[in-house]
Design a protein. Structure first.
Length: 126
């Protein structure tokens, strides 16, 4: 005899998870995500390392480090924030300024290691 399967969410997220942010399902944003980009800035080649951390409590943190080959220096920006996950849009409010930014995001199908924020592909950080 064959078993009858039950319908389930395509990304495997339950409806009644207590670790949810801004709704009844857990946010796929939760975790630490990093991308490294090389930027051609005229005579300078810059390496931008951007790291987002989203906690299940609704707190977040942005860390961006810019290394300049021309200047031989690094600049780091750290900003604490809170966020609301609106499904395919995350609204982050920076605690230092109160400014809110809305960033579209997506999760590649069945991926637990990749997150696309504003069209840039991040990987889950170790």
């Amino acid at each position: 005899m064959a078993c009858r399967g039950l319908p389930r969410d395509p990304v495997g997220l339950g409806e009644d998870d207590p670790n949810s942010v801004g709704g009844s399902r857990p946010s796929p944003l939760v975790g630490t995500w990093q991308v490294i980009l090389l930027i051609d800035a005229g005579a300078d080649l810059q390496r931008w390392t951007t790291r987002w951390t989203f906690l299940p409590t609704g707190q977040c943190h942005l860390n961006r480090k810019v290394d300049s080959q021309l200047e031989g220096t690094s600049r780091t920006t750290d900003r604490d924030c809170s966020y609301i996950d609106r499904g395919s849009l995350v609204e982050a409010t920076y605690l230092d300024s109160g400014t809110t930014v809305a960033m579209p995001y997506s999760v590649p199908l069945n991926s637990t290691t990749q997150l696309v924020i504003e069209g840039v592909e991040y990987e889950r950080a170790p």
